[in-house]
Design a protein around this ligand. Structure first.
Ligand SMILES: O=C(O)CCC(=O)C(=O)O
Length: 319
C-alpha cells in the first residue's frame, strides 16, 4: 500500500475582503441555478453553516448499518475503524485502489478529451495541455471530464464498491446516497491569478455546503508528493466552527485566519502514491494546492443525504 504521509505545510496566501467578494460573485450563477431548480437548497445553504443546526439534524439522522462488507476492492481497512476516524478527525486516509483499476482510469483519462477550467469552451487531451493554454490565452489549471466520466467502467466499479457505501452509511446514516462523481486533472501553473485559483479551489481554504451531511472519497490516480498539488485538510474542523465562520455567507476564509482559529498542527497535507484514497467530511476546511511538477489526476465520489438538493453531479457549474 502506498504510504499516505500527513504533515504540516505552511500556506501563507493572504486573502483580502474584495477578493473574497469576487470569489462569492463568481459562484453566484451556480447559487441562482441551485435555487431555481431546488428551492430547498436555499435553506441548506443559509442554515447548513451553523453548527447547532447541523448537530441537531445529525442527531435526528436514521442509523446506518455499517457491517464490514464482502466483495470490496478495498482490503485492509475496516468500516467501523474508518467511521470512527472520520467522526474524530473529519479525515480518513489509507485506502488503496488495485493497480489495474487505477491504470484503467488513467488510460481513460489520457485518451479522452477533458474541458479546460470548468468550461466546455476548450476541450483537449491532457498531453496537449500547452496547446489548450494557447487557445484559451490564460493558465489552464484544471481539466474536467464532467459527464464523460460515466463512460469509464472502472469509475463505476469504485462508485458501486460496498466499502464506500457501508462507510458512507455508517458515517452519514441510512439516507446516504451518491451525489457526485468527478474526474479531473490539475496542471502545473506558474502564473495563476487569484480568480484562476478560486475557480480551481486551489490554495484557498474553504468548506463545502453540498448537503446537510456529506462525505467525499478522493483517489489520486497519479503519485502526489509536495510538488504534485496535494489535498490539504484541517482536521477536526468538521465539527468545530468559530462564530466568525458561521455568521458569514463566505465559504472561503483566509488561510492564516483558519490556521489561527483551529491550530496549524491540524493542517494535514495528504501525500500518496498512485491509487491512494482518502475520505473527508467536506464541511471541514480544505483545499487543493497548485501543482508544481507533474499533472495530478483525481477522482471524487461524493455522498450526501438529500435527493432533492441541486447537486452538480459531475462538477459542472451552471451555465
Ligand atoms: O483539488 C483538491 O484537492 C480539492 C478539491 C476541493 O477543494 C473541493 O472538492 O471542494
Amino acid at each position: 500500500m502506498a504510504p499516505a504521509k500527513t504533515e504540516f505545510v505552511p500556506h501563507a496566501v493572504a486573502q483580502h475582503r474584495p477578493r473574497r467578494l469576487r470569489r462569492m460573485a463568481a459562484r453566484l450563477p451556480v447559487y441562482v441555478a441551485n435555487m431555481r431548480e431546488h428551492p430547498q437548497w436555499l435553506a441548506m445553504f443559509a442554515l447548513g453553516r451553523f453548527l447547532p443546526v447541523r448537530q441537531a439534524l445529525w442527531r435526528l439522522a436514521p442509523e446506518g448499518a455499517s457491517p464490514d462488507p464482502g466483495g470490496s476492492m478495498f482490503g485492509g481497512s475496516t468500516v467501523p475503524g474508518a467511521v470512527d476516524t472520520l467522526r474524530a478527525e473529519g479525515l480518513f486516509t489509507g485506502l488503496q485502489l488495485p493497480a489495474p483499476v487505477c491504470e484503467a482510469i488513467r488510460r481513460f483519462a489520457e485518451t479522452t478529451p477533458c474541458f479546460a477550467n470548468l468550461s466546455r469552451r476548450v476541450e483537449f487531451l491532457p498531453s496537449a495541455h500547452g496547446d489548450a493554454v494557447g487557445r484559451l490565452g490564460r493558465p489552464v489549471l484544471t481539466g474536467h471530464y464532467f459527464d464523460r466520466v460515466e463512460t469509464c467502467p472502472a469509475v463505476a466499479m469504485i462508485r458501486g464498491d460496498p466499502f464506500l457505501h457501508a462507510a458512507a452509511a455508517g458515517y452519514l446514516g441510512g439516507a446516504a446516497r451518491v451525489i457526485s462523481t468527478r474526474l479531473w486533472w490539475s496542471f502545473p501553473a506558474n502564473s495563476a491569478s487569484d480568480a484562476d485559483l478560486n475557480l480551481a479551489s486551489q490554495e484557498k481554504l474553504h468548506f463545502d455546503l453540498d448537503d446537510w451531511r456529506a462525505l467525499k472519497f478522493f483517489f489520486y490516480l497519479t503519485p502526489v508528493d509536495h510538488g504534485g498539488g496535494p489535498h490539504v485538510y484541517v482536521r477536526r474542523t468538521h465539527n468545530r466552527r468559530v462564530a466568525r465562520h458561521q455568521w458569514t455567507l463566505m465559504v472561503g476564509h483566509p488561510n492564516e485566519e483558519v490556521l489561527n482559529a483551529y491550530g496549524p498542527e491540524n493542517m494535514t497535507t495528504v501525500l500518496g502514491g498512485a491509487g491512494h484514497g482518502f475520505a473527508v467530511d467536506p464541511f471541514g476546511f480544505h483545499m487543493g494546492t497548485v501543482v508544481r511538477t507533474a499533472p495530478r489526476l483525481m477522482l471524487e465520489v461524493g455522498f450526501g443525504v438529500s435527493s432533492v438538493l441541486g447537486h452538480r453531479f459531475h462538477g459542472e457549474p451552471a451555465g
